[in-house]
Design a protein around this ligand. Structure first.
Ligand SMILES: C[S@@+](CC[C@H](N)C(=O)[O-])C[C@H]1O[C@@H](n2cnc3c(N)ncnc32)[C@H](O)[C@@H]1O
Length: 256
């Protein structure tokens, strides 16, 4: 590495800034801020419910509902207040999905990424302008944590989250997907479930059977992946394709 050049990890960290720059350059001029919620959206037909992968046939909304119901039942049996379900949205855009999740008082919604899209107006397809979501996120006490997904293990405690979504974010990261997936896996509580899109694994059948044989529970689709934490760590060597060129890349172990 030449003197003064950023390290590969530093280069990758900086990429979150390019997504902000891209938004500042194009997003605010065209008003193309898309607000995808869990079940309803503004500016698009897409919702987290209909574009994220399912896990064991269930959508993210159904898995959240199952988890809150189980928490309530457990609390009723023990005669104690329910333990709230922690839902983490990585790369939360303008926080629309988090706002929707906050309507259920048994869910603690947490956003991770940066808040550049919560501070600007957004538009409907018919041109109706809506105020920025930031003040509503504050009123509803939605917790937003600033950071790059590469550093998520430093900013969020391991084994602490019940449900994770990462929707239309993976393609910005430019890391071998497996490195990101490992970081996300660590955050889940045992039995926690993650839903991620914009992944492309060409060898997905092979990968699925390999993971199943090792005791993991992964479902790998053409451009998405969902999984449940069944083992304390995800410690398997995987060679993945990355980026839009789809070139093979040897997985680098990037130390956190
Ligand atoms: C296309 S938007 C998707 C927003 C929302 N998830 C949705 O589907 O409507 C991409 C989001 O990813 C976030 N993002 C991009 N790179 C990231 C990174 N390296 N770490 C965390 N968030 C990132 C951006 O800040 C932005 O909020």
């Amino acid at each position: 590495m030449a003197e003064g050049e950023p390290s590969r990890l530093q280069y990758l960290r900086n990429r979150i800034l390019s997504s902000r720059e891209a938004f500042e350059r194009f997003g605010s001029d065209t008003g193309q801020v898309i607000s995808r919620g869990l079940t309803h959206s503004i500016g698009t037909e897409q919702t987290y419910e209909n574009i994220l992968p399912r896990f064991q046939g269930k959508t993210i909304v159904e898995v959240l509902a199952d988890k809150t119901e189980t928490a309530q039942q457990k609390a009723n049996q023990l005669g104690v207040p329910p333990e709230r379900v922690k839902y983490l949205d990585i790369g939360y855009g303008n926080g629309f999905a988090l706002l929707e999740a906050s309507e259920n008082e048994l869910i603690i919604p947490i956003g991770y990424g940066n808040s550049h899209l919560t501070e600007v107006e957004y538009k409907d397809l018919d041109g109706t302008v809506h105020p920025p979501t930031q003040s509503e996120l504050n009123v509803r006490r939605v917790q937003l944590i600033e950071g790059n997904v590469l550093d998520i293990g430093h900013n969020i405690t391991g084994n602490s989250i019940d449900v994770i979504s990462m929707e239309q974010v993976m393609h910005y990261t430019d890391l071998p997907y497996w490195e990101i997936i490992k970081r996300i896996y660590r955050l889940l509580k045992p039995g926690g479930v993650a839903f991620i899109d914009n992944t492309y694994f060409s060898n997905r059948e092979e990968l699925s059977s390999f993971l199943t044989a090792q005791g993991y529970s992964f479902e790998i689709g053409f451009d998405n992946i969902s999984f449940q934490k069944t083992k304390p760590t995800l410690d398997v060597p995987i060679r993945t394709k990355t980026g839009e060129t789809g070139e093979f890349q040897t997985v680098e172990i990037l130390r956190e």
